[in-house]
Design a binder for this molecule. Structure first.
Ligand SMILES: CC(C)(COP(=O)(O)OP(=O)(O)OC[C@H]1O[C@@H](n2cnc3c(N)ncnc32)[C@H](O)[C@@H]1OP(=O)(O)O)[C@@H](O)C(=O)NCCC(=O)NCCS
Length: 179
């Protein structure tokens, strides 16, 4: 089991008693983005949560824990089929509004990004986010990710047309240069 500790944030796997709530949150998020949260794929989603805190074939996922409470989750995804080796894509969600804007997302992304470069063989870590997601864009920029361009009509939505997303990335070279 991997655990990553920051000043205020702990990244760790979900505990068995936390899995049901996390599953509901993931399914709600899938529906929001226009995906069909089919019941027959539920076991696979549950297994994914149960394997959080470990590196699977294509992912490392963590619960974000602050003062003993799960406030969200963060994931790094690599897939040898979909992306070149050493390229990881990250995602994050802090569930409740009142936990946002307190620097916790920034700390969680920083911990995960360092882990991917230092322990998981990343040479590039990328993230995409909605053109209007000012908080995520700011977090990425502050952490040294470069804005590389706009992915037009990228993210399908439940209501309305697909949204434009912004592509950000940080490379091993960027990190060496900024040492
Ligand atoms: C995006 C998210 C992960 C950021 O985490 P967070 O803990 O809220 O972010 P932080 O507090 O670390 O930093 C947010 C930064 O954005 C800035 N910010 C927030 N809202 C902003 C806005 N509307 N306009 C401009 N800047 C904004 C804050 O001032 C802060 O910058 P600062 O520290 O320089 O002042 C979190 O808000 C979240 O989970 N949102 C919902 C899910 C989501 O959008 N996930 C990302 C999908 S790609």
């Amino acid at each position: 089991m991997i655990e990553l500790r920051g000043e205020r944030v702990l990244l760790r796997g979900y505990r068995p008693e936390e899995v049901d709530v996390a599953l509901e949150r993931i399914e709600e998020s899938m529906r929001r983005f226009g995906h069909d949260a089919r019941d027959d794929a539920r076991a696979a989603r549950r297994a994914r949560l149960e394997r959080s805190g470990t590196r699977t074939e294509w992912e490392v996922m963590f619960a974000i824990v602050v003062d003993g409470q799960v406030i969200g989750d963060v994931q790094g995804r690599c897939s040898d089929q979909a992306m070149p080796q050493g390229v990881w894509e990250i995602g994050i969600e802090i569930h409740d509004e009142h936990d946002r804007g307190r620097g916790l997302g920034r700390q969680a992304i920083a911990l995960l990004t360092d882990h991917l470069f230092e322990e998981q063989g990343a040479h590039r870590v990328q993230a995409t986010t909605d053109v209007d997601n000012a908080a995520m864009r700011r977090v990425l920029e502050v952490l040294g990710f470069t804005h590389e361009g706009t992915l037009r009509g990228f993210m399908p939505m439940r209501d309305g047309p697909p949204r434009d997303y912004e592509m950000y990335a940080i490379t091993e070279d960027d990190r060496m240069r900024n040492r």
